[in-house]
Design a protein around this ligand. Sequence first.
Ligand code: DNO
Length: 404
Amino acid sequence: MRQTWRWFGPKDLCSIDDITQVGATGVVSALHHIPNGLVWSPGEIAQRRREIGTRNDGSASGLTWDVVESLPVSEDIKKQKNDWREHIANYKVSLRHLAEAGIEVICYNFMPVLDWTRTDLRYTVANGASCMRFDINDFAAFDIHVLERPGAEADYTNAIAEQAARRFAGLDDAGRKQLARNVTMGLPGSTESMSLQDVRGHLAEYGDINRDRLRAHFVDFLSEVVPVAEDLGLRLCCHPDDPPFALLGLPRVMSTEADYQYILGAVDSPANGMTLCSGSLGARPDNDLPGMMDRLGGRVHFLHLRNVKRDSDDVVGSFFEAEHLDGDTDMVALIAAIVREEKRRRAEGRPDHSIPMRPDHGQDILDDLGRRTQPGYPTIGRMKGLAELRGVMRAFEHAELGIQ
Ligand code: DNO
């Protein structure tokens, strides 16, 4: 596995110098300042590459930009409205520019309106560390009582709706505003954080788009961009829905193994691949992560290794982001499955036998606490996660003791 680290660009509180010390050799980054749907120019791409390759004192960092996360798919493309054809044309141009800069792995997602969604960005666990949490009762309180989405109550069980009413009644005005801010935080590093009115406007736009239709739009998008990616030698990899179930009445189409089987089969090319995010998929008890790696591994182009602890075994339920080796996913078994896949690729002579991974998210610990980093992206907590994962990887990759 190639050990990579997400970097949000020069504004990130974790510096390029820090990344060289945590032991990652590659960087995952994106041009968050370019509005979704527009072209990433060769000049902007080259500038980000220079920033990644340079330490504070001007010397070479030795780091390379290995993965783009994300080259965003615009809302117009997902809805097939307004400028969607132009946005797809722009997407292809950006892919060409990225290929010319030597970047091969491109992550994106196909979630309508919201990207990852949490209700609490600083949830304190027993040892004093903090992490992100999704609480279905708080989320329902937001949906039914803060956003006041028509028909929202019918989307929840009676037990959740009752809890939601209680939670909402217990919040003062500041608490309600904070909950709304947490839920609508959007993509970290992006410019698109949304007001309630924005969310209502976006939801209205999806009124006539059900799951089948969104899926068809996704296949249309892939049918256009995958042949281009294949010609350019790129590997596209779709990130799963986070959390992996429908929210706010919006359809979601990348939540389960069956969803991936469908999409990978619909446009059957090695350039159409998967970002296996164990944290996102692991929030559902019916997603078997090591098994998914065994069965879909040939098309996994990027790995987010993270763990969550679920409150219950309900498919739609609450969870918090656990330490990387704890939580409900058997991380050791998952890493074993990845190392097996890499071994298969080497035997087949595949040049992409070393799959880029990043320690996804981390708990805020020690000096992370109070630093107000991007939620989920503390330097020390992530470094601890990477160190733990690296230990397991090393053991499996050991020539005499491991799987190699
Ligand atoms: C959260 C991330 C996601 C991911 C996008 C990929 O921390 O894993 O925001 O970057 O969904 O498009």
